[in-house]
Design a protein around this ligand. Structure first.
Ligand SMILES: [Zn+2]
Ligand SMILES: [Zn+2]
Length: 144
């Protein structure tokens, strides 16, 4: 047993609900073309969790999945189309979008895929050209 905190979240319509428990392994903003195209937003606020920390508590059979590559399995609610999370099996983490878990005290630590940005942000956080080395990237940072 542990006293780790659990935070509730869900899709736009509430058909799918989930929880995350403990602390994420990372959080930040992704500026990549894939996130932008799929989310229809200029940037994606992500939180990365060990897969076991993410539990679907309602509507598991109402979740759609699409994977363009073997790296990312994108999940959404089949009723409202609201986005939920993306599984990254290669990296061994699940990205729960910050907007999906409004209770969670989201704090960005890094910007990733900043070379693809359409919405530059001068917030003083590190800007990775692609990804940190430990996530399979170059680890190179670029100027704001
Ligand atoms: Zn929904
Ligand atoms: Zn992305």
């Amino acid at each position: 047993m542990s006293n780790e905190k659990t935070y509730k979240g869900g899709c736009f319509c509430g058909s799918v609900q989930l929880t995350v428990t403990g602390a994420p392994v990372g959080a930040g903003y992704c500026h990549c073309d894939s996130c932008r195209s799929w989310s229809a937003g200029p940037v994606n606020a992500f939180t990365l969790w060990q897969p076991g920390a993410v539990k679907v508590t309602k509507g598991a059979d109402n979740i759609g999945t699409y994977n363009k590559t073997v790296h990312s399995y994108r999940k959404w609610c089949k009723t409202c189309g609201g986005h939920l999370f993306t599984e990254h099996p290669g990296m061994g983490v699940t990205d729960v979008y910050a907007a999906t878990i409004p209770e969670f005290p989201y704090q960005a630590g890094v910007h990733v895929h900043y070379q693809e940005t359409r919405l530059p942000m001068k917030d003083g956080l590190p800007k990775m050209r692609d990804l940190p080395k430990e996530m399979g990237g170059s680890g190179i940072t670029i100027a704001e």
